[in-house]
Write a protein that binds this ligand. Structure first.
Ligand SMILES: [Zn+2]
Ligand SMILES: [Zn+2]
Length: 359
């Protein structure tokens, strides 16, 4: 008889937002087909992303308690609405971190992250939005134009990285105009910074420096082809000055998303150079003035990566296939150990770079 006390709609397991620095493992409502273009995907792998930490620490106001966390995943389609054509039960898929319609102005110009109908996974406010991927199942609206087929020759890890951080790294390097010749700098060697290094090298960057305070991250930056610089032991401004006969770097890829990182970026940049920012900025002021920007003839590109556009491109051009990007995944956790996974990832315990969850 006790079974009747358990609400029948709470049946899958998930990590939900329980308030600041509280991640709860437990039952959550099973996702259901609500619209004819929805699909339900059974998650095979989900990631914890740096931007999940903004939510975790309460830097983003107003996320509903009970929201299923996470926006990086791969999985298998379990059920489709009547209008879904490209995918069927059993299709192996990866997903960008936002949904996109494929038809609006922004989707047509490749800015899929600003789709007029798009939503971010793992983002529920006042009852609106989408639940996330750190769960056993997820509802994916506009499935045909959101999901991307994950071919059998691509592993889950590469698929997961493609849906967010590998695409974001490539977008950052491309926006920075990475190409042979010149001197460029990546500020921040977390997961996105390391992906940015791979992408910048792929695009031909030669004198590429990477800045971080953590030696393990710098070691991986070096493996991926950058010259590591730790500001706690070396004067990075002097190194870049010396490397460029006093001019400053041609391009800075800023992936941290802090005013300090942006300040360092402008200090390291030569006049006429490019700053490309993909770190999630939530400040309400720039750490450089319009006057400094004018005097530097600054070219500044910033914003969220249109991951659907880039994931398709990087698959089609067989770019993700060529690089061991998944080396950054240092930690694997079971979903029921999710609270611990957040703590390890957040505090960089045990030299954690990237953590993934297995449902
Ligand atoms: Zn992310
Ligand atoms: Zn759209």
């Amino acid at each position: 008889m006790e079974d009747f006390l358990v609400p029948y709609f709470h049946s899958m397991q998930a990590l939900t937002f329980g308030g600041i620095e509280s991640i709860i493992y437990g039952a959550a409502p099973d996702p259901k087909i609500l619209e004819p273009n929805d699909a339900i995907v059974q998650i095979s792998l989900s990631g914890i992303c740096g931007s999940d930490l903004h939510v975790y620490h309460g830097r983003e106001a107003g996320l509903d308690k009970g929201t299923v966390m996470g926006h990086e995943f791969t999985g298998t389609v379990m059920e489709t609405g009547a209008k879904v054509k490209k995918f069927h039960k059993g299709s192996r898929v990866l997903s960008p971190f936002t949904t996109s319609c494929g038809e609006c102005f922004y989707c047509r110009i490749g800015l899929t992250c600003r789709c007029e109908k798009g939503n971010l996974f793992g983002w529920m406010q006042s009852g609106h939005g989408l639940h996330g991927a750190q769960a056993q199942f997820i509802r994916v609206p506009m499935a045909d134009s959101t999901l991307i087929a994950l071919s059998s020759d691509l592993n889950e890890e590469k698929g997961l990285l493609l849906g967010d951080i590998f695409s974001t790294g490539y977008f950052c390097a491309e926006n920075a105009g990475a190409k042979p010749g010149g001197t460029s700098v990546v500020i921040g060697c977390g997961p996105v910074g390391l992906m940015t290094i791979i992408a910048a090298k792929h695009l031909g960057a030669e004198n590429l420096y990477a800045i971080d305070y953590q030696d393990e991250r710098l070691q991986m930056a070096k493996e991926f082809g950058a010259s590591p610089l730790n500001p706690s032991i070396i004067d990075v401004k002097a190194v870049i000055r010396d490397a460029t006969t006093g001019r400053g770097a041609d391009a800075i890829m800023e992936v941290v998303g802090s005013s300090e990182a942006l300040r360092l970026a402008i200090d390291l940049l030569r006049p006429g150079g490019i700053i490309s920012s993909v770190g999630v900025h939530t400040e309400n002021k720039f750490s450089f003035s319009p006057g400094e920007a004018y005097d530097k003839n600054l070219i500044y590109k910033i914003g969220r990566c249109p991951a659907h556009y880039y994931a398709e491109k990087l698959l089609r051009e067989e770019i993700i296939q060529r690089y061991p990007a998944e080396k950054i995944i240092t930690h694997h956790f079971q979903l029921n150990d999710g609270a611990r996974a957040y703590e390890v990832f957040d505090k960089k315990l045990d030299n954690c770079i990237k953590a993934v969850l297995h449902p």
